[in-house]
Design a protein around this ligand. Structure first.
Ligand code: 5AD
Ligand code: SF4
Length: 483
């Protein structure tokens, strides 16, 4: 007999997209209650979690793992053996979604063999109406779906799954809350992501994020500092302050002390050895942020500053709130304060009706700025976003030619930038032993360059001086120096 379907609510994308600036973020404590039935069910059981997407998803997965291990489930990597398989998904481009359908498809037989197996989807894709309707119809063995807003309901959702033997689709689209006190199982022992805000209010016309992650909500400075101080006492060497638009931090809080420059300065004063932050929006930068970056040596000299397009026409249609000149002026200002800044960006090629001229403007900005690295994407129409409905006469072939041209230019710039590091002495925070060659260890320099050296795992968590001896496009080879 088909399982009962419980749908708490599907988000209505159009409705979710409406702005509501008067909304005050609601802060509450995480729900940690475990029912007796759930606790009994969990005995001897295991889970497997797959994570795709950005830092926000990685951080959410750390919280999910903590919830599940706290319940007594054992984490394993084999989805065929696990009693609970969860996919923490990304919705930013279509290919990320297609990949998930393939992966769920592979579990069909395993679900048949074990009718008690729970197969779940969470993350951004779970907040989208169409993909979830597709999953409901085409993958009847997916029996748990929850969105980005209700991770801390995981126990009660699992409870319903077990008790009601039902398919639970819970993607309640509240405007978003700030949930504190969440359990956390950090994947890395030296570097940590710290959420400083959730959601996004920018509504760039191509982007699905404001619909999947809700309105912008900043955490309080006190909660953020508490988390950073806890990480310091656990021996962490680096924090990355994360959010969809970190330099808009505090806009939604009515406290004048809650601005990104003030937060950054307060975090720097904790004396954690390394601080990074991502992602920034060019339209929100205040000079004060650059001043703070220049003042504190524990704020790393690197910045990810998404350009998206160099064309004024396209930037307007993307709803980005800056033009080509303003972006270039911002880069000049940044380099005035931090001349050697490691600068990276995101660029979308083939936005609807992007002309040759528009694309030339993008190349022009890339040539002028001379990036150290860049992430380039072909525009992917996301259902429900304004750009999805825009007329587009540009052929996929044209888009792919432009993409290759841009990629070539970026690779050229990255190769030259990396080659200038040869013979330099850099400080590296080591975090990973190479999987292929156990005698190699890697980490990142202050400028966020990936550096490999000969060494063993005793170096993990240490910041050491390294002489660079060889460069590749996106990594460096070095020799460890004695301290
Ligand atoms: N198509 C292609 N790229 C996109 N990005 C966001 N939405 C889309 C889309 N619909 C890119 C942007 C953003 C990065 C995280 O992903 O460049 O900065
Ligand atoms: Fe998406 Fe724009 Fe918000 Fe970034 S700033 S998450 S691209 S809407």
């Amino acid at each position: 007999m088909a399982k009962k379907l419980i749908i708490k609510s599907f988000p209505n994308i159009k409705k979710a997209g409406q702005r509501n600036f008067n909304l005050k973020p609601l802060t509450r404590k995480a729900n940690l209650n475990i029912s007796d039935e759930l606790s009994t069910w969990a005995k001897g059981k295991s889970f497997c979690l797959f994570t795709s997407g950005c830092q926000a998803n990685v951080r959410d997965s750390e919280i999910i793992v903590a919830y599940l291990t706290r319940l007594g489930l054992n984490q394993i990597t084999d989805p065929y053996k696990a009693d609970l398989v969860l996919f923490n998904t990304c919705a930013i481009r279509e290919n990320a979604e297609k990949k998930i359908y393939g992966e769920i498809g592979q579990l069909k037989q395993s679900a048949k063999d074990n009718p008690n197996k729970i197969i779940g989807i969470c993350g951004c894709m779970a907040q989208e109406e169409k993909p979830m309707r597709f999953i409901k119809e085409h993958f009847p063995y997916v029996n748990l779906v929850f969105g980005t807003h209700n991770i801390d309901s995981i126990y009660s959702l699992l409870d319903s799954c077990i008790k009601d033997e039902a398919r639970i689709f819970d993607v309640t689209s509240n405007q978003g809350e700030v949930v504190e006190n969440l359990p956390s199982s950090r994947f890395d022992k030296t570097k940590a992501f710290v959420n400083i805000m959730y959601g996004c209010d920018n509504f760039c016309t191509y982007c699905i994020v404001p619909y999947t992650r809700g309105r912008m909500r900043s955490r309080s400075i006190d909660e953020i500092l508490k988390e950073v101080n806890d990480l310091i006492s656990l021996g962490y060497k680096e924090v990355t302050l994360i959010g969809q638009n970190v330099n808009a931090y505090g806009y939604d809080l009515k406290d004048p002390n809650s601005s990104f420059d003030k937060l950054l300065e307060a975090v720097a004063q904790t004396n954690i050895p390394r601080i990074r932050f991502t992602t920034s929006h060019p339209a929100y930068f205040k000079e004060e942020v650059f001043q703070v970056m220049a003042k504190y040596s524990n704020i790393m000299p690197s910045l990810h500053l998404p350009l998206q397009s160099g064309s004024d026409t396209i930037l307007k249609r993307m709803n980005r709130h800056y033009d080509k000149k303003q972006y270039l002026d911002l880069v000049d200002l940044l380099r005035k304060y931090i001349p050697d800044v490691y600068l990276t960006t995101d660029i979308i090629v083939g936005f609807p009706n992007e002309s040759d001229c528009d694309f030339e403007d993008t190349l022009d900005v890339v040539r002028k700025v001379n990036y150290d690295n860049a992430y380039t994407f072909i525009f992917s129409p996301r259902d429900g976003t304004p750009a999805y409905y825009m007329e587009d006469k540009i052929t996929p072939k044209e888009k792919s030619i432009r993409f290759d041209k841009l990629k070539q230019l970026i690779d050229q710039q990255a190769t030259i930038s990396a080659s200038k590091q040869v013979n330099q002495i850099v400080e590296v925070l080591f975090d990973t032993v190479s999987k292929k060659d156990k005698t190699m260890i890697s980490g990142y320099s202050r400028h966020n360059r990936l550096v490999h050296v000969k060494g063993d795992e005793s170096l993990i968590g240490q910041i050491r001086k390294v002489k660079i001896i060889e460069s590749r496009t996106y990594s460096l080879i070095g020799e460890l120096l004695d301290d």
